[in-house]
Design a protein around this ligand. Structure first.
Ligand code: SF4
Ligand code: SF4
Length: 586
């Protein structure tokens, strides 16, 4: 006599939604696997964990396939034991599925490439993520980022005023640098030939990539602009499997381009952003996008070929290799253009092996950087990529993807590789040949050398670094001190509070997970202290899911936020911006 199992509410919802989400492509992949094992060695998780069979693509796929067999395939209803059909009953089983679909697969699609039957695990892995998200079962970072993209309009929660201010700031710096008032970043200008869209990481952590792009557009004589809304070309819907979010984000961008009558949307360097906006977005949004869309990599090549900009490759003499983004290379076929561009702007390009569509994931894809609970796994499986990087012997790894800048930076730090990460836009901007202006007569009254020497950008500033990791304190302190600041440090929240009250620093960098007193409480106490009214705070954390400790409080929000690992350049730019220091480096 068989005992009828009860099913949790969430499990019931997941199964109901599963039926609605099935389409021919997913069903085809779910039935096609013959368990030949060809895909096993193609997965970086397997290569880094050879003794753990739960990382094998077919094993992971079977966790979803069994549901299809049980509920949507007659073989599973008649011979469930034979075709390994199974169902979901408990919330614990949902958690177990979450661990697989979010924590053991980056949806990189390398296994798909090596499957003779064309099984596309990433497609139904994404679908399974979406089913779990629909009942609230997901890593906390996925919930936080999705919420930001739904509510604030971009996945890093950059407020409109901060974004616009950053563009204006970058525009003014460019005018100063080029001594040209016509340079700058036009915002919301109608009838332009190009609407430039970016990854929010650029506005938040890497504004130099925006000013480098602005410089290229300026010298190309492009009629371009950036929109004040609908500018986020990334789309967390691709990672969370939430098609509704995917459609809403894509639609915002499409509608803005139409409203401003842009003739073309140029998408800055981001693998998942390019795929989401150009390839998947119109489907998710059910939107017939009439405006052409193009990767900035193609735009930059075009400018060079059309003679609109001149470049000198001898400005970039460090040896470089290229990391293909999984989305660009495997899902969008964007493999040759970045290489063509690299050869035009660098002198020593060397391939990584394997490369192009066969390249290994950097382990930062699929939204993995937002899922801190899987960081240990991510870094371990990154040993495959680290070996690839090391074998090139290159000094610089170039990637056309902001996610991968973070993913690769993390790996380089973890595996102690002697390498930098950069993007094509930075190399092109650096290689730009800028025609000299007609020389003006030299003014007589040139100040003597010492007087013209410019102050370091943080000179006269006092900065308190609160972090319990000695390496972090050393790094942050060194960057601030090298730029003229006086640095104090604290290893816990109580100490930070006491030093802040005693020393009255201008800026506090605040780690969210320190031992002892709750960091959120300490932050609130700081904010409520009238003597610390002028203290600026920048959160620097490796635990983005702890943001609510700070941001859910009814006190003034921090002036800045950075995710670890943070680069020297980003740290300095952010500190300068918060402290509103001027660009004074020569
Ligand atoms: S290669 Fe394809 S058919 Fe073979 S086990 Fe992997 S997914 Fe299944
Ligand atoms: S999609 Fe990538 S991470 Fe996922 S199983 Fe396949 S190879 Fe592994």
């Amino acid at each position: 006599m068989s005992e009828k199992k009860t099913r949790s509410h969430k499990a019931q919802k997941v199964l109901e939604r599963f039926g609605k989400k099935l389409n021919r492509q997913v069903a085809g992949s779910l039935v096609a696997c013959v368990h030949c094992g060809n895909c096993t060695e193609s997965c970086h998780y397997v290569l880094a964990n050879p003794d753990d069979p739960t990382y094998a693509p077919a094993y992971k796929a079977d966790k979803i396939r069994k549901l299809f067999k049980r509920h949507h395939d007659w073989t599973g209803r008649v011979f469930p034991w034979w075709v390994k059909a199974g169902s979901l009953y408990t919330d614990e089983e949902l958690e177990d599925l979450k661990d697989t679909v979010f924590g053991k697969c980056t949806n990189c699609r390398r296994c798909t490439l090596n499957c003779p039957m064309g099984v596309d695990l990433a497609t139904f892995n994404r679908m399974a993520r979406g089913l779990l998200v629909s009942v609230g079962v997901m890593p906390e970072g996925v919930a936080v980022v999705s919420k930001d993209q739904w509510e604030i309009g971009n996945q890093m929660g950059v407020l409109k005023e901060d974004y616009v201010e950053t563009l204006e700031w970058m525009g003014e710096e460019l005018q100063d640098e080029l001594d040209d008032p016509t340079a700058g970043i036009p915002i919301d200008k109608a009838d332009c030939d190009v609407m430039y869209t970016i990854n929010p990481r650029e506005a938040k952590y890497d504004p130099r990539s925006i000013s480098d792009a602005a410089k290229i557009f300026h010298f190309a004589g492009e009629k371009w602009m950036m929109p004040s809304e609908g500018w986020d070309m990334t789309n967390f819907g691709l990672f969370s499997g939430d098609d509704d979010l995917g459609g809403a984000v894509a639609r915002r961008l499409f509608e803005k381009a139409i409203e401003l009558r842009a003739k073309k949307v140029v998408i800055s360097e981001c693998g998942h952003g390019y795929r989401s906006t150009r390839c998947e977005g119109p489907n998710w949004a059910k939107f017939d996008m009439p405006v052409e869309m193009e990767s900035s990599v193609i735009t930059m090549i075009r400018y060079i070929k059309e003679g609109r900009i001149k470049v000198d490759k001898t400005r970039n003499t460090k040896s470089v290799t290229f990391h293909d983004s999984c989305n660009n290379a495997r899902s969008c076929g964007l493999t040759e253009e970045p290489r063509e561009l690299l050869r035009l702007v660098t002198t020593d390009f060397r391939e990584m092996h394997p490369n192009r569509a066969e390249n290994y994931c950097c382990t930062g894809g699929g939204g993995a950087m937002s899922m801190s609970e899987y960081t240990t796994r991510r870094l371990k499986s990154g040993s495959v990529k680290a070996k690839q990087l090391e074998d090139t012997g290159a000094e610089v790894v170039v990637t056309s993807c902001h996610n991968y800048v973070d993913g690769l930076t993390d790996l380089i730090r973890h595996y102690k590789l002697d390498m930098e990460v950069t993007q094509l836009v930075n190399l092109v901007a650096n290689a730009l040949v800028i025609e000299e202006k007609v020389a003006l007569p030299v003014k007589e009254a040139v100040a003597p050398e010492p007087a013209r020497e410019k102050a370091l950008p943080l000179a006269g500033r006092k900065i308190l670094v609160a972090d319990d990791e000695p390496d972090q304190v050393t790094f942050l302190s060194a960057v601030f001190e090298d730029n003229g600041a006086v640095v104090l440090s604290a290893a816990n929240a109580d100490e930070a509070l006491a030093i802040a009250r005693r020393e009255k620093p201008d800026l506090l960098t605040l780690d969210l997970s320190m031992p002892g007193r709750d960091v959120g409480e300490a932050f609130e106490a700081l904010r409520n202290d009238p003597e610390l009214e002028s203290l600026k705070v920048c959160v620097v954390t490796g635990r983005p899911e702890l943001r609510r400790l700070i941001y859910d409080r009814s006190v003034r929000a921090p002036e800045g936020y950075l995710d670890k690992p943070v680069s020297e350049e980003t740290l300095l730019l952010t500190a300068r911006k918060i402290l509103a220091t001027s660009h004074e480096t020569s």
